[in-house]
Design a protein around this ligand. Sequence first.
Ligand code: ATP
Length: 438
Amino acid sequence: MNSVADVWTNVLQQLKKDLSETTITTWFDELTAVDIRENTFYLHCPNDFKKRYIESLFIKNIKAALQDLFSMEFEVKILDEAGLLEFQGGAPKKNSDRFTYEDFTFETFVVGPSNKLAYAASMAVAEHPAQNYNPLLIYGDSGLGKTHLLYAIANVIRQNDPAAKIVYIKGDDFINEFIELIRAGRGSDFRAKYREADLLLVDDVQFVAGKEQVQNEFFHTFNNLYESGKQIVLTSDRPPSEMTLLDDRLRTRFEWGLLADVTPPDFETRLAIVKNKAAALGMELPDKIASYIAENVTANVRQLEGTVNKILAYKDLLGSEADEATVTRAMQDILKKSNEYIPTPDNILDYISKYYGIEKEIICGQQRVKDAVAARQIAMYLIRGMTNLPVVEIGKVFDNRDHSTVLYSLKQVEKQMKKDPAFAETVKEIKTNINNRH
Ligand SMILES: Nc1ncnc2c1ncn2[C@@H]1O[C@H](COP(=O)(O)OP(=O)(O)OP(=O)(O)O)[C@@H](O)[C@H]1O
């Protein structure tokens, strides 16, 4: 074996021991070997769907084949188009490369009551940037389409103005980049990158809260772009009013434009998403099965998509038809993987009551005993984080407390967790135990 291509041919031969010919031709046909560097075997796959599919199901087979051939362990990395360019040093890493993904458009976004405001606002921003809604902040729980809408906006802006400088960044990457460049004395590069943007998209902006210098930098970037008439779109897992560690001056700015929420989709929207997704994958799903999925997978769209992908996999790999048994199996797999158990406030209170040895009535009541206050605040914090309950509703669970009291408690817990790692560990442990249904 003298070239990477030879290695790949041999790997494919080895794979035949575990996988059928059809599986190999269906899923591996677009893969090509790129290089072997420092115990990592690099492959390229231009088809994003197949890439993700192989990553979730077949990486272990490829690793095992390499181990058989070389008697040593390899990492396997599959590069997409942007990744390949970057790997080959042909192009600098551009965040906006991500917007070539055709799947994340307004056309592929299913609109329903749960997301119609966010959708309409995103369309308005895409067609008329920096006019009516600046910034646009889309908030809601994970997997409900926030990033999809960000990409859709970027796709339209790119179409309308191919020269537009679009900068996309995740809140936590913004922080890491900031720290790295400031440390390296290249703060001006950092500033230039963001302040020259025509469109700034920040996904999961809640991460900047609580980090003083980062917030300060973000504040100046924000003002600069805003004053130059550039559009800013942000997403977050909660509204600014609930970002307890956020600087007030940023909070007010986030609230200047439009706040649009996305909530879990209703049955009709879920059904449409399942059908669209199946059609996009070239699969015909009987109506009864599509409804069955939409009835049972309710928490988020990522899981709906995962279920449809799994059903397709079973069909391809095992020849199983999409009947209720296959679907149930696919759903169980997905829910297990994402550890999707949403406790009720009562489940959380039961566990905290047991953990602290304090009765539930006391936790929820008005007593100001030290331990009860701590247990109460943690309970509010976990109810907010682990269920979809809005703060007003959480207040009702705790003897009709006002929502501002709940917010104060959330802030206290967040602060304490930052200050005291042991306390943070305790909160984490309680959460894990609730998830494991102890
Ligand atoms: N209304 C919708 N119509 C079609 N697809 C959707 C819709 N909502 C979400 N999706 C799909 O669900 C998946 C998850 O959505 P997305 O990544 O946008 O979620 P998110 O809200 O940004 O979550 P996170 O906060 O975890 O990043 C994506 O593949 C997206 O295309």
